[in-house]
Design a binder for this molecule. Structure first.
Ligand SMILES: Cc1cc2nc3c(=O)[nH]c(=O)nc-3n(C[C@H](O)[C@H](O)[C@H](O)COP(=O)(O)OP(=O)(O)OC[C@H]3O[C@@H](n4cnc5c(N)ncnc54)[C@H](O)[C@@H]3O)c2cc1C
Length: 391
């Protein structure tokens, strides 16, 4: 068994030749050529050049799962192609790249699935080509977990909404042309929330960076301010006051995508630690021959494999139209716990060398928390699962 990223991957019957071809002919070559050589510079700059999105668009990285009518590809495509994309984007061990390049995957689906035809035509083709950008704006300065209590408001004024409030921690927020925004259009609670598409260049929209971060450094993270922003009422996504359901369903794809990334980051940590442990000698023998160290590898792989299997089953349900939000929520916890464990154990195995920035595990260790908090924190995910269990 080769103890590298591919060699330790659990083989599952859900992946066929089309998934392998997608990985080997499209995603991996693009990442190796256009991303890997530039990561250190982008991390230093705290940004990814706009051309990279366009080049990703040209090879079709953003097409999968979106309708052909807007430049996407659905024919022969399923959730496992998206999971492969997430996995491969994690392989360089730089979460900021993955977050920045895939943010459309959480912001565009509500537009495609519930927007007007005119809205889809205006927004989707450019995003899929990588020439335009869209972000999902749910979290507010007053909190992100309790979506039902969000405070940004939209008041009707004839055939327009007037929007006031702010959003924060918005991935890609500085680049976005549009925001898929959760807004209170009605009364209190989840029954008063709608999704509205807000153009970033609308009068009254301003934005700033949240400032230096622990990880995801090359991905911009923004606070967005809305001050009396006038948006035509037909920019609503779905029906008025029925946005919460769209948001919740949208979370399923975001969470399984994050799980794919987390399992792949765990494999990166395993690979790096294994190649080190086989050559590094202590007390007269390679680290990999010390029982305490060997057990760390068995524990890592045990967690990686069980997480991958859980993820693939959740993926199979999504593919077959029977997604289970509780399982996907628990999967996200399982995946980020596995990533946390593997980042820790890999660093312990590698010792001091793991603490320098050229080591992928060093960055992955710094990016554990955003994976465990963003897109629904561990506490909120467990609570969601318990609610579905009717505990
Ligand atoms: C780098 C980054 C990128 C992000 N990108 C986006 C984005 O693109 N779009 C977007 O909308 N959001 C984004 N987020 C926001 C993210 O989704 C939120 O941070 C997350 O949902 C948690 O919200 P919060 O930070 O406001 O924490 P809070 O909601 O204030 O919660 C703080 C802590 O308390 C815990 N907690 C809260 N309520 C309970 C409870 N009832 N019981 C037990 N524990 C509880 C939470 O688990 C959390 O650990 C991003 C965040 C980061 C860090």
């Amino acid at each position: 068994m080769k103890l590298d990223f591919d060699g330790i991957r659990l083989q599952a019957p859900f992946y066929d030749e089309t998934h392998r071809e997608w990985r080997d002919s499209v995603v991996r070559p693009f990442i190796d050529k256009e991303i890997v050589p530039h990561i250190e510079k982008w991390e230093k700059d705290g940004d990814i050049p706009l051309e990279v999105y366009q080049r990703a668009g040209e090879v079709g990285l953003f097409q999968t799962g979106y309708s052909e009518a807007y430049g996407g590809v659905t024919d022969g495509v399923d959730i496992f192609h998206a999971l492969i994309t997430g996995e491969e984007l994690a392989r360089p061990g730089a979460g900021g790249v993955a977050a920045a390049l895939t943010v459309h995957s959480i912001a565009l689906p509500p537009v495609i699935n519930f927007g007007s035809e005119e809205m889809k035509k205006k927004v989707a083709p450019g995003v899929i080509k990588g020439t335009h950008h869209i972000s999902l704006a749910i979290t507010e300065p007053s909190g992100g977990s309790d979506v039902g209590n969000l405070k940004t408001t939209a008041k009707k004024d004839g055939d327009h909404f007037i929007i006031n409030g702010s959003k924060t921690f918005i991935t890609g927020g500085l680049k976005a042309n549009w925001f898929t925004t959760a807004i209170r259009t009605g009364g209190e609670g989840i029954g008063g929330i709608s999704l509205i598409l807000i153009p970033a260049d609308a009068k009254g929209v301003s934005r700033s960076s949240v400032g230096p971060k622990q990880g995801w450094i090359c991905s911009d993270t923004a606070t967005i301010y809305f001050e009396n922003v006038r948006v035509p009422a037909d920019q609503i996504i779905g029906k008025e006051n029925e946005g919460f359901k769209i948001i919740v369903n949208n979370f399923n794809n975001e969470r399984i995508g994050m799980a794919a990334g987390a399992v792949a980051y765990s494999r990166v940590c395993f690979e790096e630690a294994a190649s080190w442990a086989k050559v590094r000698k202590t007390f007269g023998q390679p680290l990999s021959k010390h029982q305490v160290i060997r057990h760390k590898f068995a524990e890592m792989l045990r967690k990686i494999n069980s997480t991958q299997a859980y993820m693939d089953i959740c993926g199979w349900h999504i593919k077959n139209g029977t997604p289970n939000a509780a399982d996907i929520a628990m999967l996200k916890v399982q995946a980020t716990k596995t990533m946390e464990f593997c980042a820790r154990e890999a660093m312990q195995i590698m010792g001091g060398i793991s603490y320098v920035r050229e080591c992928k595990t060093e960055r992955i260790y710094r990016e554990v928390r955003v994976m465990a908090i963003g897109g629904g924190s561990e506490e909120i995910m467990r609570d969601l699962a318990c609610r579905q269990m009717e505990l």
